[in-house]
Design a protein around this ligand. Structure first.
Ligand SMILES: Cc1cc2nc3c(=O)[nH]c(=O)nc-3n(C[C@H](O)[C@H](O)[C@H](O)COP(=O)(O)OP(=O)(O)OC[C@H]3O[C@@H](n4cnc5c(N)ncnc54)[C@H](O)[C@@H]3O)c2cc1C
Ligand SMILES: NC(=O)C1=CN([C@@H]2O[C@H](COP(=O)(O)OP(=O)(O)OC[C@H]3O[C@@H](n4cnc5c(N)ncnc54)[C@H](OP(=O)(O)O)[C@@H]3O)[C@@H](O)[C@H]2O)C=CC1
Length: 474
């Protein structure tokens, strides 16, 4: 137990918390800084590379929290969990009884899986977030014969792709797969490649994976067992590829446009779970993966509650400050409540956790030094680089026509098993793009979206592979 007084206090050892600490250490090295982390390992970002000004790719790795001392020798690391924030007196208390006074605080407590409604009745409905949850999943995978996967976003797509030797029933409420990230055309592109995974595609799959392989060690120490440690690293699902299940052939059935009505444990059946769907069908299985999104982790109390967003996240302005002065928030726990630039929106991703935390650090520093701060340029354009079904995927701007109504055009170029390129245009100007494969179009698309150049004169040539469109703009 200790009493401590610092200028800057950061809570959470995920990408957001660590980025905030790293940025503050650079901006204000002489000032006192502390981090409260509920787990002995923290996340950090390495191998940052730029495809373009705002399109950044990086690896996410995990490291001992005390390695942060390298960047800030006077950093106070408090291995504990936040319990209460007294915003009037500007002090926090922790579950372990520590009291820390601050001038400015940044809350980066991340999120937890938002599970389907019957999850509280049965422990065979799993969510994936941290190492422990993956271990439990691996155990179930080793002996399971059939699993039901609910949800149509990143985690469900990765699980469907990576698991073998088990029957999979993928239950989605859309009429095409992976709807969070792609459109129906790209879904078809992926499904075709999944059907006939040729040796060539298998080869590509390995060459385009990120360099860092997820290796979160068993040595991770959870300080508070009720609090999940940071979200997993990028290659987490590769562990699933090596799980041996001798039960049988891989089979995938996708059931579109349905939801789960109920899940019941049964003991008179070959399988111990029955999943009833809204279309009247019942599926017997061993366990259910609920990959149905994230809930912000506001797992502590306030004397004065800041405003929340409609998803329960702490509402923040363009400087990442909540509605309570000197209380900032970043990453999955935050709800972006400022008026967005035309080509940006919030999705809970590493990139945004990192960007928000960098912005929060700048604004916290500006508060302490009494300076003005402007929102970072990165919030001008939504960008996401990832790997789906073994392919590089870059998403830019309003890549699925989000918020554009019905008044937009789509331009497509696709080569089976190689690339899928979609441009979303409105009034002849590029609003968003999906780039799958090694397209090398990232920088051009970024410029076209940010500069809103009228592309009408180019017609369909904008996607003609024989014309180097960059030449037009040089
Ligand atoms: C399986 C999986 C795969 C993903 N894949 C991708 C991907 O490919 N690309 C991508 O962009 N994004 C991906 N994401 C999303 C990405 O991981 C998150 O958006 C990002 O990690 C959020 O970072 P964060 O720091 O806000 O939260 P977290 O990583 O959740 O970190 C929160 C930290 O706060 C700590 N904490 C919580 N409560 C307290 C408390 N009361 N006191 C002290 N500490 C506390 C936790 O222990 C944790 O260390 C994935 C997520 C998951 C679960
Ligand atoms: N490669 C990547 O970039 C990856 C990113 N992630 C990130 O990790 C986090 C967690 O991933 P994930 O859980 O996949 O979350 P996502 O938000 O990506 O996807 C959730 C999915 O579940 C659906 N859903 C929500 N509630 C229900 C319900 N009750 N019944 C049926 N379907 C439902 C959503 O549909 P609807 O859209 O209709 O609400 C959506 O398709 C996200 O922030 C995600 O972006 C995770 C893995 C990989």
């Amino acid at each position: 137990m200790s009493n401590l007084k610092v200028s800057y206090l950061v809570v959470g050892g995920g990408i957001a918390g660590v980025t905030c600490v790293e940025t503050l250490a650079i901006l204000h090295p002489e000032e006192t800084l502390a981090i409260i982390t509920a787990s002995s390992l923290v996340k950090n970002v390495t191998n940052v590379s730029f495809y373009a000004k705002t399109i950044v790719k990086f690896d996410v790795s995990e490291t001992e929290a005390n390695s942060l001392l390298k960047i800030h020798p006077n950093l106070n690391i408090i291995y504990d969990s936040l319990k209460h924030i007294n915003t009037m007196q500007k002090l926090v208390t922790t579950d372990g009884g520590n009291i820390i006074e601050y001038n400015v605080i940044c809350i980066c407590t991340g999120g937890i899986p938002r599970l389907i409604s019957d999850s509280n009745k049965c422990n065979r409905i799993l969510g994936i977030r941290d190492t422990d949850s993956v271990k439990e999943f691996e155990e179930k995978l080793k002996t399971g014969r059939r699993m039901v996967i609910v949800g149509n976003g990143g985690i469900a797509s990765e699980i469907v792709y990576a698991t073998k030797g088990i029957q999979k029933v993928w239950v989605i409420r859309d009429d095409y797969i992976s709807a969070t990230f792609i459109d129906p055309g790209a879904a078809e592109f992926f499904q075709n490649t999944m059907k006939n995974r040729s040796p060539e595609v298998e080869k590509n799959k390995h060459t385009i994976l990120r360099r860092h392989v997820f290796t979160e060690e068993d040595t991770v120490v959870a300080i508070n067992k009720n609090i999940k440690s940071a979200a997993l690293g990028p290659d987490w699902y590769r562990k699933l590829e090596s799980v041996k299940n001798e039960n049988g052939e891989q089979e995938l059935e996708i059931i579109y446009k349905v939801e789960v009505e109920s899940v019941q444990e049964v003991d008179n059946n070959e399988y111990c779970l029955e999943v009833k769907l809204t279309n009247g069908r019942t599926i017997s299985c061993d366990f259910v993966i609920s990959a149905t999104g994230v809930e912000p982790a506001v797992n502590f109390t306030f004397d004065k509650e800041p405003k929340r967003g409609n998803d329960g996240g702490l509402a923040v302005n363009e400087n990442q400050e909540t509605t309570v002065k000197d209380v900032f928030a970043a990453g999955d726990v935050a709800f972006a409540a400022w008026p967005y630039a035309p080509h940006w929106f919030q999705l809970r991703l590493w990139t945004q956790a990192r960007q928000m935390a960098g912005m929060a650090a700048k604004a916290m520093h500006a508060r302490i030094t009494n300076e003005d701060v402007l929102q970072d340029f990165c919030f001008e354009l939504f960008t996401h680089c990832t790997t789906l079904f073994g392919y590089r995927v870059v998403l830019l701007g309003k890549y699925n026509g989000q918020g554009l109504g019905n008044d937009y055009e789509i331009l497509l170029r696709t080569t089976p098993n190689v690339e899928y390129i979609k441009f979303v245009l409105q009034n002849g100007r590029l609003q968003g793009a999906i780039l799958i494969g090694e397209t090398n179009l990232e920088e051009m698309c970024e410029n076209l979206i940010l500069d809103q150049i009228d592309l009408t004169p180019f017609g369909d040539d904008i996607l003609n592979p024989d014309i180097d469109i960059d030449d037009y703009f040089d």
